[in-house]
Design a protein around this ligand. Structure first.
Ligand code: PLP
Length: 404
C-alpha cells in the first residue's frame, strides 16, 4: 500500500521551507555550520523576546489552560480593536477581530472561506509565497500582478487592473513588503483601494511589518484609507515583537461588513473548527500592544535593525553585477543579479551551489513567485558585521560562478 499526497497539493509550492532546507540540514548533520538566511525568525539572530511580554505570559499561564472563545480572548481582541481605532480605522470593535496561531493560520482561514474553485485572487509578484500556496490549495488561481523594481518595487496599478476578470475576488497587498522591503506611498494604496471599489473586490492587507519602517517612512494602512471597502488586515507578534515562536496574530475586518455577512459566518465556522488559537500566546497580545514599543529604537538611526539594513544594502550593491533597491521596511533585501554579468538560468541551483560551497542559505527569487531566475532574498536580521562577511562571501562566490 502506498500513500500518496492529495491532488489538492498539485501546484502548491512553499520554497522558503523547501528542498534546499533538506540539504542544509544534511550539511549540519555532517558537522558544518550553516548560516541560515532563509526564514525571518528574529530569535535566531540574538533578538530576545521583550521582557514584559514573557512576564505577562508567565503570569497568565495558570489561567490559560482552557480553550478560549474561537475568535480569541476579549482582553486581547480589545487591545487590537483599540490599536486600529487609534490608527484611524473607523468603527472597529472586538467583534471585528479574530486571533490566530500566527498570521499564517489566519491567511489560510481567510482565503479558504472566500475562494471557490476557479476563483482568482490578485497576488503580488514577488510575494510572500504562503498567499499563492493557500489560494492554490483552496482551488483558486493566484494571478500575479507585477511590482516594479524600477519604481521602488511599488505595485504597477495598470498591470493590476489589466488582470482583473469576472472571477477575481480579492487583491492581496503586502505592505511593507516581504521580500522587497517596499513601503507603499499613500497614492499607491489609494489606487489599489480604488480598483477594489470599482470592481467590487475585497482587500487582503498583510501588514505584519507595519511597524518595521526605516528613514521616517510612514505606513499607510489600507483599512484606514478605505472605510468604504471591505478590508481584512493581518498582523501579529512574530516580527514587530520578535516572538515568532509564540504563534500569535490577528485579523481585523473593516469597511461595509454588511456586504460580507455570509463570508464572515464562513470565517467564523473555520475559526470554530480549529477551536481557538494557543491561549497563552493570546495573552501576550495585550502586553505587547500596551507595552514599550522597542521596535522603534531598533529601526531608528543607530538602531540595530536600521544599521543592518544599511550595511546589507551597501554591501550588496558593491558586488559587481548585483543591484539592490533600498528596503524601506521589513527584514529583507531582494537583490537583482544582472543576467548579462552572471547568466543564471536556474536560481534554485544557484542557491544550492551557494549553500554547498559557502554554507550560506538564502532563498531564490522564483521561490517568491518572481518569474525570472535573477533575484534572491537575504535577511537583514544578522548583526551588521556578520551580514557584511556573508555578503562578501556571496560576492566572491558569484565572481567565480558559472552555470553550465
Ligand atoms: N506575512 C508575511 C508577509 C510574512 O513575511 C510572514 C512571515 O514571514 C507571515 C505573514 C507569517 O507570520 P506569522 O509568524 O504570524 O505566521
Amino acid at each position: 500500500m502506498e500513500f500518496r499526497q492529495s491532488n489538492k497539493l498539485n501546484g502548491v509550492c512553499y520554497e522558503i521551507r523547501g528542498p534546499v532546507i533538506e540539504q542544509a540540514n544534511a550539511l549540519e548533520e555532517a558537522g558544518h555550520s550553516v548560516l541560515r538566511l532563509n526564514t525571518g525568525n528574529p530569535a535566531l539572530f540574538g533578538f530576545e523576546a521583550p521582557e514584559e511580554i514573557v512576564q505577562d505570559m508567565i503570569r497568565m499561564l495558570p489561567q490559560a489552560h482552557g480553550y478560549t472563545d474561537s475568535r480569541g480572548v476579549l482582553s486581547a481582541r480589545r487591545a487590537v480593536a483599540q490599536r486600529y481605532q487609534a490608527l484611524g480605522v473607523e468603527g472597529v470593535t472586538v467583534d471585528d477581530v479574530w486571533l490566530g496561531n500566527g498570521v499564517s493560520e489566519l491567511i489560510t482561514m481567510a482565503v479558504q472561506a472566500l475562494v471557490e474553485d476557479g476563483d482568482e485572487v490578485l497576488v503580488p509578484a514577488p510575494d510572500f509565497p504562503l498567499w499563492t500556496a493557500v489560494v492554490t490549495l483552496s482551488g483558486g488561481k493566484a494571478v500575479h500582478y507585477v511590482c516594479d523594481e524600477s519604481a521602488e518595487w511599488n505595485p504597477d496599478l495598470a498591470d493590476m487592473e489589466s488582470r482583473i476578470t469576472d472571477r477575481t475576488k480579492a487583491i492581496v497587498l503586502i505592505n511593507p513588503n516581504n521580500p522587497t522591503g517596499a513601503v507603499y506611498p499613500k497614492e499607491i494604496v489609494e489606487g489599489v483601494l480604488d480598483l477594489a471599489r470599482r470592481h467590487g473586490l475585497m482587500i487582503l492587507a498583510d501588514e505584519i511589518y507595519d511597524q518595521i519602517l526605516y528613514d521616517d517612512e510612514v505606513h499607510h494602512s489600507a483599512a484606514a484609507l478605505g472605510p468604504d471597502v471591505v478590508v481584512l488586515t493581518f498582523s501579529g507578534l512574530s516580527k514587530t515583537y520578535r516572538v515568532a515562536g509564540f504563534r500569535s496574530g490577528w485579523l481585523v475586518v473593516s469597511g461595509p461588513r454588511q456586504h460580507a455577512r455570509d463570508y464572515l459566518e464562513g470565517l467564523q465556522m473555520l475559526a470554530s473548527m480549529r477551536l481557538c488559537a494557543n491561549a497563552p500566546a493570546q495573552y501576550a497580545i495585550q502586553a505587547a500592544l500596551g507595552g514599550r514599543q522597542s521596535i522603534r529604537e531598533l529601526t531608528a538611526p543607530g538602531g540595530r535593525l536600521r544599521e543592518q539594513r544599511d550595511r546589507a544594502w551597501e554591501k550588496l550593491n558593491e558586488i559587481p553585477g548585483v543591484s539592490c533597491v533600498k528596503p524601506k521596511g521589513a527584514l529583507y533585501a531582494f537583490p537583482r543579479i544582472d543576467p548579462a554579468v552572471h547568466p543564471i538560468v536556474d536560481d534554485e541551483r544557484f542557491v544550492l551551489d551557494l549553500l554547498l560551497r559557502e554554507k550560506i542559505q538564502v532563498v531564490q527569487g522564483t521561490g517568491f513567485n518572481w518569474a525570472r531566475p535573477d533575484h534572491f532574498r537575504i535577511l537583514t536580521l544578522p548583526y551588521a558585521d556578520d551580514l557584511e562577511s556573508a555578503i562578501g562571501r556571496i560576492g566572491r562566490f558569484l565572481a567565480g560562478y558559472r552555470q553550465a
